[in-house]
Design a protein around this ligand. Structure first.
Ligand code: ATP
Ligand code: MG
Length: 381
C-alpha cells in the first residue's frame, strides 16, 4: 500500500501557510489492512479511518458516481485498483487535487501548482456540478485566500451559477450551510463569501422562505462596505455576523428601538439555523442600534430594558461588543457613559431592599426603580 498526503495540507504547504489538519489517501489496500494496523473506521459511507496515534484521517482511494439529486446523491466505489489520479479527479478544485508522496514528490495531474501561481480557484473537471456543496466551499476559500490575490476562475464561476440555477443548492442541509457560513466568518476576508453567493444567485436557494424583494439586502453596497470594515476591526464571528445584518436589515437607521429590524434579523438567522448566541446578539444589534448614538434621548427604563435584553449584567463584555459593532457604522462616540450606567445598575444591591422587608414582585420593582434612578442621574449629568 502507498500513502499520500492530500488536499488542504499540500495546498497550504505550497502557499507557505501553516498546515491546520492533514488528510491522507491510501492506495492499493483493502479496509482490512488498515484495521489490522489498528486504524479506527469512522466513515459511514466512505472508507475513512483514523490513525491509531495521530488521529489524522486516512481514506482509501475512491471514485464517486452521481446517483441522485443533491450533495448526498452519490455512491462511492473503492478498491485496491483505484489509482491516486482517479481519487484526485473527484476533488473540487485543482489546488485541492494535489498529493505528496512519503518521499516528498508532488503528484499534480490537474495543474494545481500552476493555478496556485496564477492564484486561481479552478474546478478539476465538469463533475464539479455534481455536488452543490462546492459552491459554498469555493466561496469560503475565496474568503480565505482573496487577500493573497486569489480569484475564482470565470469558467468555475459559470458552473457555480449553474448549480444555483438548477435548484441543486437547495438540497444542501441547513446545518451544512450554517457550518460553511460560520467557517467563512472566521476567514481573513469573510465579505467575499457573502458577495460571491450573491453574485451566483445562491441566496434564493439558501433562504427559500425569504421574500424575493429581500434578496437585495445581500447586495446593498453599504452592507458589504460596513461588513468589511467590521471584519477588519474584530475577529469574533458573532460580532462580525451582527455587523452584516445591522446594515443589511436596519439601514438607513431609524430612531428608537427598531423592533421590525430585530424581528427580521431573528427570522433570517433562524432560517439559517444559526445558534442562539448569533440570533440573539445580531437581532439585538439590529433592533437597538439607535441606543448607541442617541442614548441621551432614551428614557431610563428603556435603557435598563435594553441592558437586560443584552444580558449585560451577567456578561458585561456584550455591551462592549455592541459598542464596537455600532462604532463601525457610526464612528466612535464616548462609550464611557455606557460602562458607567451598567456599573451603576450593578451596584444596586438587592440585600439593601431585602433588609427593609421587600420580597417578590415588590423587591423587583424597588430594584428597577433604583437602577432607573441611577441611569437618570447619569443622563442628567
Ligand atoms: P481546510 O484547510 O479547511 O481543512 P481542505 O481543503 O483540507 O481545507 P477538507 O474539508 O479538509 O478541506 O477536505 C479535504 C480535501 O477533500 C479537499 O482539499 C478536497 O480535495 C476534498 N474535498 C472536500 N470536500 C469536497 C467536496 N465537497 N467536493 C470535492 N472535493 C472535496
Ligand atoms: Mg483539511
Amino acid at each position: 500500500m502507498q500513502i499520500y498526503l492530500v488536499g488542504g495540507a499540500v495546498r497550504d504547504k505550497y502557499l507557505g501557510l501553516p498546515i491546520k489538519d492533514r488528510d491522507w489517501v491510501v492506495v492499493g489496500a483493502q479496509p482490512q489492512a488498515l484495521l489490522s494496523l489498528g486504524y479506527q473506521p469512522v466513515g459511514k459511507d466512505f472508507p475513512v479511518f483514523l490513525h491509531p496515534e495521530t488521529h489524522e484521517e486516512y481514506a482509501l482511494a475512491r471514485t464517486e458516481k452521481k446517483t441522485g439529486a443533491g450533495y448526498t446523491g452519490f455512491t462511492c466505489e473503492y478498491s485496491p485498483d483505484i489509482s491516486l489520479e482517479a481519487d484526485l479527479q473527484r476533488r473540487d478544485l485543482t489546488i485541492n487535487a494535489m498529493a505528496e508522496s512519503s518521499t516528498g514528490t508532488l503528484i499534480d495531474p490537474f495543474g494545481g501548482q500552476q493555478d496556485l501561481e496564477k492564484k486561481l480557484l479552478k474546478h478539476v473537471s465538469p463533475a464539479f456540478v455534481e455536488d452543490p456543496l462546492r459552491v459554498l466551499r469555493v466561496a469560503r476559500l475565496l474568503a480565505r485566500y482573496a487577500h493573497l490575490g486569489f480569484q475564482i476562475a470565470p469558467e468555475t464561476f459559470t458552473l457555480m451559477k449553474k448549480l444555483c440555477a438548477n435548484g441543486e443548492l437547495s438540497t444542501v442541509s441547513k446545518e451544512r450551510v450554517w457550518q460553511e457560513l460560520q467557517r467563512a466568518l472566521t476567514e481573513t476576508q469573510p465579505w467575499h463569501f457573502f458577495e460571491t453567493l450573491y453574485h451566483c444567485n445562491a441566496w434564493p436557494s439558501l433562504l427559500p422562505a425569504l421574500d424575493p424583494a429581500d434578496y437585495q439586502i445581500f447586495q446593498q453596497p453599504q452592507t458589504l462596505h460596513f461588513f468589511q470594515k467590521a471584519c477588519e476591526q474584530f475577529t469574533d464571528s458573532v460580532q462580525r455576523l451582527s455587523a452584516f445584518f445591522l446594515t443589511a436589515v436596519n439601514y438607513p437607521v431609524t430612531s428608537h428601538a427598531n423592533l421590525a429590524a430585530q424581528q427580521k434579523t431573528k427570522r433570517l438567522l433562524n432560517q439559517l439555523k444559526a445558534p442562539r448566541i448569533y440570533v440573539e446578539f445580531s437581532s439585538f444589534v439590529a433592533g437597538y442600534h439607535t441606543l448607541y448614538f442617541d442614548l441621551l434621548n432614551w428614557p431610563a427604563e428603556h435603557i435598563l430594558a435594553a441592558f437586560k435584553q443584552l444580558h449585560a449584567f451577567h456578561q458585561p463584555q456584550k455591551l462592549d461588543q455592541f459598542i464596537q459593532v455600532c462604532g463601525v457604522v457610526d464612528g466612535l462616540y464616548g462609550s464611557e457613559i455606557f460602562t458607567q450606567m451598567l456599573l451603576a445598575c450593578r451596584n444596586v444591591k438587592s440585600e439593601h431592599y431585602l433588609q427593609r422587608g421587600f420580597t417578590g414582585i415588590l423587591l423587583g420593582q424597588r430594584i428597577e426603580e433604583a437602577q432607573c434612578a441611577a441611569i437618570q442621574q447619569l443622563l442628567d449629568g
